[in-house]
Write a protein that binds this ligand. Structure first.
Ligand SMILES: Nc1ncnc2c1ncn2[C@@H]1O[C@H](COP(=O)(O)OP(=O)(O)O)[C@@H](O)[C@H]1O
Ligand SMILES: CC(=O)N[C@@H](CCC(=O)OP(=O)(O)O)C(=O)O
Length: 259
């Protein structure tokens, strides 16, 4: 039987708020078993870019990443955000190691080809180095990935954190039974985005189509759900969306997805 591995992606609104982040990290550190954390930090990058007089341009939830933006996101994602998270986890006695996809060649990607839009230095994931990541896990380390990959030719690439999480869950799924958790500020996928208590407890492919038709799913939830179903179609054992309480063993109010 395969060993269990949890991959948890933490959303931007949790990272932004130091109290929420601390609460999340203490929950994460208490989680039993092997685990990997993935974080973005898009909001903080946009904020810093504005302060530096650099405009941020997003299309379909993806950042158009020119050379200037790449410098900022490298400093924010791989630097400030990643290292603060790792330091807080160390204080919680979780032996975390912060990584971009370039570290240990853990996540290879290629620059997204230019079709209608040139996204700049944005990477589409090609492969996960499951052997190296397994070695880290087996030595008792907890990998903390930021939203950056590399192309193997010296170029760092900005890669959406939801996508990194689903690709990690898929890639690690060869050797482990992987569960993917998308942890954000709401209790789950909501029937009414303004009503926090309207959590849809279970979504399958058929009900997903209906939710799309009825415009219940919008904005950042659209690519998140695409990542969920992509993961389920590629042998990820379980996918859940909810707030940080979802990581507590006794919580049942969150969204579970199946094919
Ligand atoms: N049906 C829905 N249920 C929950 N959130 C939704 C829904 N439709 C749209 N959203 C929006 O999607 C956002 C989550 O996407 P995003 O901001 O990309 O997540 P993250 O915080 O993980 O980066 C929510 O903050 C919410 O505004
Ligand atoms: C290519 C691309 O758009 N990358 C994202 C990576 C950060 C991210 O995914 O952050 P959240 O999860 O907090 O949204 C960006 O730069 O905004």
């Amino acid at each position: 039987m395969k060993q269990k591995l949890s991959i948890i992606k933490i959303g931007g609104n949790v990272i932004e708020d130091p109290d929420k982040l601390s609460l999340f990290l203490s929950r994460f550190s208490r989680m039993e078993g092997l685990k990997i954390l993935v974080h973005g930090g898009g909001k903080l990058a946009t904020q810093l870019a504005t302060e530096l007089g650099i405009e941020s341009n997003m299309i379909g939830g993806r950042r158009i990443t020119d050379a200037q933006s790449l410098k900022i996101i490298t400093m924010v994602y791989a630097g400030l955000t990643n290292k603060n998270i790792v330091a807080e986890l160390q204080a919680l006695e979780c032996n975390a190691i912060g990584l971009t996809g370039a570290d240990g060649d853990t996540i290879q990607a290629h620059k997204r080809p230019v079709r209608d839009i040139d996204y700049g230095f944005v990477g589409d994931v090609e492969g996960i180095n499951s052997k190296t990541i397994s070695q880290l896990l087996n030595t008792g380390l907890t990998p903390v990935f930021c939203a950056m990959t590399h192309n193997g030719h010296g170029q760092l690439l900005n890669t959406n954190a939801d996508t990194i999480a689903s690709e990690l869950a898929i890639g690690m799924g060869i050797d482990f039974e992987t569960t993917l958790y998308y942890c954000f500020e709401k209790k789950g996928v909501l029937m009414n985005v303004n009503d926090d208590d309207s959590v849809i407890k279970h979504i399958d492919s058929a009900s997903y189509e209906k939710l799309l038709q009825d415009n219940i799913i919008a904005d950042g939830m659209l690519p998140k759900m695409e990542n969920c179903f992509h993961a389920l179609r590629n042998n990820v054992h379980k996918v859940c969306i909810g707030d940080q309480k979802m990581l507590d063993p006794n919580t049942t109010l969150y969204t579970t997805l199946t094919l």
